[in-house]
Design a protein around this ligand. Structure first.
Ligand code: PHB
Length: 566
């Protein structure tokens, strides 16, 4: 038995109704999230203190939910896990209502702008409009700062009770390097500038008087920020709006004058935006993407299939988090039970457990998600790029078809490879990440060109020199235009030996959540191996499944984060 440091905040004992498997599952998820990606299962066993068999059952349940992938001895958080954080962000409405105003401010100032909310004695980012240049670290949605390091914390701490201050002091004493905040560089134990107690209290008082708060390199040298509180119509501080710069552009002394007038205007517009009635159609019960398992039948089938390796009470508990969403910020037990299809008693115990762990608050009647939900992998996963999201799906595709699979994006008149899972090499050139080919004689290029608005597509074709690369290359612009039209209608492109003799390639588009074609995935094979019809019959369905799976991940991941194309 290990003894906590004498100053460590004691965690209260769980209430008698608490669901043990849900608590254990969340402790595995938290450890997995803390690792920022892949974690050996053995590590999770060690850091959670749980039995190996327990961790295995938790992981197979999470894998079934699509929240993790098991790769050999490792567990890897998967993009679908973002649906938990999405539920909080949607319910809070902060990114949806205020994000566009923050983005506009970032454009106008050409500096990074962020929105952050209080989370215990920390500050958690809920929106980032990043214009970060080199030289300073950039935070992601879901990242947590200690309140005393950064501008927003001094605004939030104004509302702290004596008990909150006590908790803050004991956390500082128990964690002198800020190890509990992996998003920030470690604080050196004797570092006074990074918010020694008196300094922070003074900054809180100064921020109260001034109505704004300054971060003069509290996180790292060079990084400076100003934050102002965003209040709702009732005058409650709901979040902080920050402008972040670097001392190479603006000193901490110059920053307030440079940005406060525009910050204040934006904050006034934000207060209005918070009060505006919500437009649009009624929100769905959750932001769960289509294709997600319907709850009750899916639970039963999973249990039947996996037996003890499917922990129903964990799956049900996590499911209750997704009952929340846009227009569903505060729910009574009955609404959670209805949205999830769970029995009231089951939903109640899950909610009590989640409230005990700090993922929900309740007045006894209504439940509300807290930003702590974002600690479940959101920061890491929301930073994934499109190729990183695609990679496991390409690997699964290659398993199925036994030919190389790739992803490419359009770059000028060329395609550029951004992900690739090779089998045997069948091309004369070795394709690696970054390899470029002209778009017009390649399957991925045709899918990408076909996805462009018609005017842009024909403009590009008119600009491109169409060179004969093999006996089969189509170089007649009119014929190529007709082929692209057909590709658009069919939803795939098959190209036979137009880039290189002997090479056949099939590609389909990948759409983002707005329906835009953002990339293409392909499978390339020997033209001699089968007829084009056979390739269509065998490869195309697998390719489409891969694209559909990537699109499903993109829908969840792109709800609040901007997914980089490479
Ligand atoms: C940020 O958004 O990256 C940020 C905000 C406030 C700070 C520092 C950084 O004090």
């Amino acid at each position: 038995m290990t003894h906590p440091a004498p100053t460590a905040p004691a965690s209260p004992a769980p209430p008698p109704e608490a669901v043990g498997p849900l608590m254990r599952g969340l402790s595995v998820l938290r450890q997995l999230a803390a690792g920022a990606g892949r974690r050996p299962v053995g590590d999770l066993v060690r850091t959670t203190g749980l039995a190996r068999s327990t961790v295995d059952r938790v992981l197979s349940t999470l894998a079934r939910l699509g929240y993790v992938r098991i790769e050999g001895r490792d567990a890897v958080p998967a993009p679908r896990l973002l649906e938990l954080g999405n539920a909080y962000l949607a319910a809070s409405e902060l990114p949806d209502r205020l994000g566009p105003l923050a983005d506009r401010l970032a454009d106008e100032l050409d500096e990074s702008v962020s929105l952050a909310v209080p989370d215990g004695d920390g500050v958690r980012f809920v929106h980032q409009a990043t214009r970060r240049r080199a030289m300073s670290l950039a935070f992601r949605i879901g990242d947590l700062l200690p309140a005393e390091r950064g501008a927003p914390g001094a605004l939030f701490a104004d509302a702290w009770t004596a008990a909150d201050w006590r908790r803050w002091r004991s956390r500082r004493a128990a964690d002198p390097t800020d190890a509990g905040f992996p998003a920030v560089p470690p604080r050196s134990a004797d570092d006074d500038t990074a918010g020694a107690a008196a300094g922070f209290e003074a900054r809180v008082a100064a921020a109260r008087t001034a109505g704004w708060s300054l971060d003069d390199q509290l996180i790292e040298p060079g990084l400076v920020a100003v934050a102002v509180p965003v209040r709702d119509a009732a005058g409650r501080t709901v979040c902080a709006l920050s402008v972040v710069s670097h001392t190479s552009r603006l000193s901490a002394a110059e920053l307030p004058d440079a940005v406060l007038p525009r910050l204040r205007e934006t904050v006034a517009a934000m207060t209005d935006a918070l009060a505006a009635p919500r437009g649009g159609p009624p929100a769905p019960a959750s932001d769960t993407p289509p294709g997600h398992p319907p709850h009750a039948t899916w639970m039963r089938a999973s249990k039947q299939e996996l037996g003890p390796e499917f922990v129903e009470s964990l799956a049900r508990g996590l499911l209750t988090l997704t009952a929340f969403g846009t227009g569903r910020a505060e729910l009574p037990l009955s609404a959670v039970a209805e949205a999830t299809g769970l029995a009231r008693a089951t939903a109640r115990r899950a909610l009590i457990t989640l409230a005990h762990l700090g993922y929900l608050t309740t007045d006894g009647k209504l439940f509300r998600l807290t930003p702590k939900v974002l600690e479940l992998g959101f920061a890491h996963l929301s930073g994934l790029t499109l190729p990183a999201i695609a990679q496991p799906h390409l690997a699964a595709l290659v398993e199925r078809v036994h030919d190389s699979a790739s992803m490419a994006v359009l770059s000028g008149d060329e395609i550029q490879y951004v992900a690739r899972v090779p089998t045997v090499r069948i091309m004369s050139v070795n394709i690696t990440l970054g390899t470029r080919f002209p778009a017009y004689p390649t399957s991925m290029g045709r899918v990408l060109l076909a996805g462009l608005p018609p005017a842009e597509r024909s403009g590009r074709l008119a600009r491109t020199a169409l060179t004969r690369l093999t006996r089969h290359t189509v170089t007649d612009p009119e014929r190529l235009g007709a082929i692209l039209e057909q590709v658009r209608a069919d939803g795939y492109a098959l190209v036979d030996e137009e880039l290189e003799e002997g090479l056949r390639s099939l590609a389909v588009p990948v759409h983002d959540r707005t329906g835009r074609v953002v990339s293409a995935v392909n499978v390339s094979t020997h033209a001699g191996r089968c007829t084009p019809e056979e390739a269509r019959a065998t490869i195309l369905p697998a390719l489409r499944d891969a694209a559909t799976a990537i699109e499903a991940d993109l829908r969840v991941a792109g709800r609040y984060a901007r997914i980089a194309a490479l």
